[in-house]
Design a protein around this ligand. Structure first.
Ligand SMILES: Cc1cc2nc3c(=O)[nH]c(=O)nc-3n(C[C@H](O)[C@H](O)[C@H](O)COP(=O)(O)OP(=O)(O)OC[C@H]3O[C@@H](n4cnc5c(N)ncnc54)[C@H](O)[C@@H]3O)c2cc1C
Ligand code: FES
Length: 241
């Protein structure tokens, strides 16, 4: 009988002022753009697990990069190797993979899930041009130097101002809502196909409570189950930011 391995934390270190990287073994391998509902410890505090995207994954380990902003992520950051971690299964739809050329636009913590996408696209022979935007400290730049065909980084200002939306490419964006809205507008004007990874406060993470729903051209859609990745052309950003 197959035995499900227990998640084992191999590393949980600060890689920037308020940003941590956690490497965990014994986690089912997810796809780029998917996320896990994480909770520190074996108990129920905080009651709700927190959604954190997959930053990288191999058959052996899954990597999360997260910012400590409140109770849930503070508790995650206090975990040490060997401490208990509630992980569950990979959730959400993930990024659709393209052929040819891809442009990836990450803002802030949005650079984390796009790293796994950049690596996967490179594996299948897609040329990637990556834009990373930060407000203060940079992180994951060394990893992107290796994974990206082309890398453009910006500290301060709007990363979307740097992006050429006229390339014959598929575009992917992850980051704060105003950045996604700007990217969606520019992609629409240029006639480019853009996929955005949306954020919403989550409770169940599995599609049951409807708490994470966002308005789209197809009606209200659950970020946890129908997303988090959506075709930007279908998202009603104006109703959210
Ligand atoms: C699909 C998905 C993937 C995510 N991936 C990552 C990731 O890879 N790395 C990462 O650092 N964060 C990620 N997040 C955001 C992360 O889930 C929140 O920062 C976390 O839940 C905050 O929990 P907390 O208990 O620490 O803070 P709380 O005490 O719950 O909140 C602290 C502050 O953060 C704000 N906040 C909390 N959750 C969100 C949210 N979802 N969107 C915007 N603001 C929020 C609150 O309004 C409050 O101001 C993701 C969110 C989603 C929906
Ligand atoms: S968090 Fe419950 S439906 Fe998405």
């Amino acid at each position: 009988m197959a035995v499900t391995p227990t998640p084992t934390i191999r590393e949980n270190t600060r890689i920037a002022h308020d940003i941590c990287r956690m490497r965990v073994e014994g986690v089912p391998r997810g796809e780029p753009g998917q996320f896990f509902m994480l909770r520190a410890g074996a108990g129920m505090e905080p009651f709700l697990s927190r959604p954190i995207s997959i930053c990288d994954a191999t058959a052996a380990e899954t990597v999360f990069v997260y910012r400590t902003v409140g109770r849930g992520t503070e508790r995650l950051s206090a975990l040490r190797c060997g401490d208990a971690l509630s992980v569950g299964l990979p959730l959400g739809n993930g990024f659709p993979l393209c052929a040819g050329e891809a442009v990836l636009i990450g803002g802030g913590l949005g650079v984390a899930p796009l790293l796994y996408l950049a690596k996967r696209l490179r594996q299948i022979g897609v040329y990637t041009c990556v834009y990373t935007g930060y407000n203060d400290e940079t992180f994951l730049q060394a990893e992107y130097e290796e994974a990206a065909g082309e890398l453009h980084a910006k500290n301060g200002g709007y990363i979307t101002d740097m992006v050429d939306f006229s390339r014959p490419a598929t575009y992917y964006a992850c980051g704060p809502a105003p950045m996604l809205r700007a990217a969606a507008r520019k992609a629409r004007e240029a006639g480019a196909r853009l996929y955005v990874s949306m954020e919403s406060r989550m409770a169940c993470g599995t599609g049951a409570c409807l708490g994470c729903s966002i308005p789209t051209a197809d009606g209200n859609r659950r970020v946890c189950k129908d997303g988090p990745v959506f075709d930007a052309a279908a998202v009603f950003f104006e109703d959210r930011v």
